[in-house]
Design a protein around this ligand. Structure first.
Ligand code: PMT
Length: 313
């Protein structure tokens, strides 16, 4: 498996933001290590599998980034410094509360005088202002670092680089890998250089190669002491727990949690499958609670992380 991963990294192209992103991440980690903070590394959104080098078309998946962006805010609330590796243009922490069309409507209903507009954000106003207060604190203390990816290879290069940097935080780093990762891709050597032309054939046949599984290596070699939570999305309820348990195969003792969710109920229910407990923990959120399910998930996970740190080595 390790050799498959090595050949992936030697044959695929690193993203153009790799060096700058890793330099910024290194600084971020050094800064917060001095502050004695806990770290959360969140991956969010879906990776693309490009069909051309000069990419016009790509295979995508359903993830919008809601889980990752919402979770980032809740980890920040718990005092973590957050590294947010997310698909470019996916849903982002804080800005997710601002609907531009609603703001434009409010602005156009406002009164204009001296180049200023007085406007009312309506019933959402209070929530938005408390979100801005939280954002101000996050900015003031430099608690959120955003890095972006688009393709599966961008993602895997950045995942490896950031994990290796975080390994020096040992147990203080918590990995929350919520991105939906392409299981298949077209290797760089087999990609068409330019846009595939429809006039050249009557059918487009795609030959996709399995993406190497990186979690075992991440868990055992790149960041062997950091606590690892991965995600599993399925559509068939009878497979969900089975597949979540299978995710622990070949990973180290630091891979403690798989958050399992079914496509049609990701916002309402998840199951925490724990490597060291026979019983799963179901987290169900009701519409009436007025809470986001991520608030409940992160409370539970932060406790698991604290217990993990407290364990003797
Ligand atoms: O973003 P939203 O729209 O809110 O949706 C959130 C979500 C449903 C996408 C999220 O809650 C979720 O379930 N994400 C995981 C989806 C999934 O099952 O992905 P996967 O099977 O590609 O990956 C599972 C795990 O294996 C991940 O930790 C991934 O990093 C890892 N993986 C996957 C493929 C691969 N080749 N190597 C890996 O290491």
């Amino acid at each position: 498996m390790a050799s498959l991963v090595e050949s992936f990294f030697s044959s695929e192209t690193a993203p153009s933001n790799l060096d700058v992103s890793l330099a910024t991440t290194r600084e971020f980690i050094q800064f917060h290590l001095k502050e004695n903070r806990l770290f959360c590394f969140i991956t969010s959104g879906g990776t693309t599998a490009p069909l051309e080098k000069n990419t016009v078309r790509f295979v995508d998946n359903i993830s919008k980034g809601t889980r990752g962006a919402t979770s980032a805010e809740h980890f920040l609330n718990q005092g973590y410094a957050v590294i947010f590796l997310a698909r470019r243009m996916s849903i982002q922490p804080f800005t997710r509360h601002l609907q531009l069309d609603e703001i434009l409507d409010s602005l156009s209903d406002g009164t204009i005088h001296d180049n200023k507009v007085d406007f009312d954000l309506g019933p959402k106003g209070k929530k938005i202002f408390s979100m801005i207060e939280q954002y101000k604190k996050v900015k003031e203390h430099n608690l959120l670092l955003k890095v972006d990816f688009t393709s599966i290879s961008d993602y895997l290069f950045l995942l490896r680089g950031i994990s290796q940097l975080l390994s020096k935080c040992e147990k203080r780093a918590f990995f929350y890998l919520a991105a939906a990762v392409s299981d298949f891709f077209v290797p760089a050597a087999e990609l068409s250089e330019h846009k595939i032309q429809s006039r050249d054939s009557t059918q487009l046949t795609l030959k996709l190669t399995p993406t190497p599984k990186l979690i075992p290596l991440l868990s055992k070699e790149w960041a062997p002491l950091s606590l690892l939570t991965t995600f599993k999305l399925e559509t068939d309820p009878s497979l969900l727990i089975l597949k979540a348990k299978r995710a622990f195969t070949d990973t180290g003792p630091n891979h403690r949690v798989v958050v399992a969710n079914l496509l049609h109920e990701t916002r309402r229910k998840v199951v925490l499958v724990l490597s060291h407990e026979k019983q799963h923990r179901e987290i169900v959120n009701s519409l009436e609670s007025g809470k986001e399910i991520e608030e409940l998930i992160i409370k539970e996970l932060a406790q698991i992380h604290h217990d993990y740190i407290a364990e003797s080595n």
